[in-house]
Design a protein around this ligand. Structure first.
Ligand code: ASP
Length: 445
């Protein structure tokens, strides 16, 4: 496939996204609000809301997200088994896991520290006087012991059915090691898994080609429902979070990547475009796993034995963007409620937010649930979440894009450190990957 067509998928997703946003805003403008009608209610309700927004676009968007999620468990399992049994030395798993987890924790801690600092300096909560009208109850942050024990499945099928990613990862690793050690039988199974992997990756590519339509539907529904008045009240909070998210993605990551690998960060950021758009439109790191795996292996040149392990792990435990929202939100809520937080409180926020992100799946809105744990930990009113919920969906989309960029960066660093990075693929400007479905061999039959 040539460069033009790879770019055209990215281009088509951008067009789908912009068209969806515009159409959604148009619906928003003509839909009745508080009796202020532009078009008679019956017509608008029936055709626009009933048929298009809650009908056609909702169906299109949801089918797209569901199909992405459908691929996640089989894809992670199969590619991780392939990755593990192709490792010449299975004892390397310890060093890959160790490096990945340390980097994930380190980048999250950096992210939340920058966010807290920005929150203190910009003080988005001073002068905001809003009544919290939504009650939110916090669940307890899991302890480290619970997280570790919870990684081991007592029933792998239950883990598959529930999509418990850490448990799927552990089972796949053990299964892959056993395949590698099982001699002839293992070789036969390894070949079958390689074939399965090839087929599932084809399915990923088919779905990626439908992304422009899915993204169009998702954006239309979302933007027809966003409440613009929430943004006016929360503009400073919104832009503080957004600013730190961009800073982290465009400054922190490039610096870390350059320092630890010497690779060109501009190439990295450019090649992340399509995946970042997937994350933005689905607001789910988990649903984005197929695209992240495709980008890290085919465009960034990381070996499947590394990426199949670090990508799903990152989608579950690494949420730098989410941590940024939590850092700013905690400071914001403390300012609104006039609570002075001490240095110990801030340290507590960093530790809780980092730990809470482990074991919480990357799905839309999970950041707010984790925020409830963080607030409860430092004695801030959990109802404070009611203040920011109105603008959270849009921030969720941006922070998910940051989350997957972080997962991919760590994957590249670990790949390089383990000697599993093809620098020619990384540096190639021909952004080919195979993003497009190749129907030729079907025609040839
Ligand atoms: N939606 C985010 C993710 O999937 C998590 C969150 O911040 O709510 O990565």
């Amino acid at each position: 496939m040539n460069k033009e067509s790879a770019n055209s998928l990215t281009m088509r997703i951008v067009i789908g996204m912009i068209a969806g946003i515009l159409l959604g805003l148009m619906f928003q403008a003509i839909l009745p609000k508080d009796g202020d009608l532009i078009i008679p209610l019956g017509f608008v309700d029936f055709y626009v809301k009933g048929f298009f927004i809650d009908g056609l676009f909702e169906i299109g968007g949801q089918i797209f997200i569901t199909s992405l999620k459908m691929l996640v468990v089989p894809l992670v399992f199969v590619s991780l088994v392939c990755g593990t049994c192709s490792l010449t030395d299975t004892s390397k798993i310890g060093s890959i896991g160790g490096r990945a987890i340390s980097l994930y924790l380190l980048t999250t801690a950096i992210a939340i520290s920058i966010a807290i600092l920005a929150g203190i300096l910009i003080a988005p909560g001073t002068g905001v006087n809003m009544a919290a009208d939504i009650t939110f109850s916090a669940s307890e942050a899991p302890t480290l012991t619970e997280v570790i024990i919870g990684m081991f499945p007592s029933n792998p099928f239950d883990a598959f059915a529930k999509g418990n990613m850490l448990q799927v990862i552990v089972f796949a690793l053990l299964f892959g090691i056993a395949v590698a050690l099982a001699g002839d039988a293992g070789e036969r199974i390894a070949k079958t898994f390689d074939d399965l992997n090839e087929i599932i990756m084809r399915l990923v590519i088919i779905l990626m080609n439908l992304a422009p339509y899915g993204v169009f539907c998702l954006m239309t529904t979302l933007f027809s429902e966003l409440d613009p008045s929430a943004f006016a009240n929360l503009a400073v909070y919104f832009f503080t979070v957004l600013g730190v998210l961009l800073l982290h993605a465009l400054v922190t990551y490039p610096v870390i990547l350059k320092l630890l690998t010497g690779l060109n960060p501009v190439t990295f950021i450019k090649k992340m475009r399509t995946t970042a758009m997937f994350a933005f439109s689905t607001a789910s790191s988990n649903a984005t796993i197929p695209s992240t795996l495709n980008t890290t292996t085919k465009k960034l040149g990381v070996g499947n034995s590394i990426a199949s392990f670090t990508v799903p792990m990152g989608a579950t435990i690494n949420m730098d963007g989410t941590a940024i929202m939590q850092g700013v939100a905690t400071v914001f809520i403390a300012q609104v409620f006039n609570v002075d937080l001490t240095i110990t409180d801030f340290l507590m926020v960093i530790v809780t937010a980092t730990l809470a992100s482990i074991g919480t799946a990357g799905v839309p809105g999970v950041g707010l649930i984790m925020l409830a744990m963080v607030l409860a930990q430092v004695g801030l009113p959990v109802e404070g979440i009611g203040l920011i919920i109105g603008v959270d969906r849009l921030l969720d989309m941006v922070r998910t894009a940051v989350n997957v960029t972080g997962d991919s960066m760590v994957t590249v660093i670990v790949g390089k450190a383990e000697g599993e990075l093809n620098t020619d693929v990384f540096n190639s400007t021909d952004d080919t990957s195979d993003d497009r479905i190749d129907f030729h061999h079907l025609k040839d039959k």
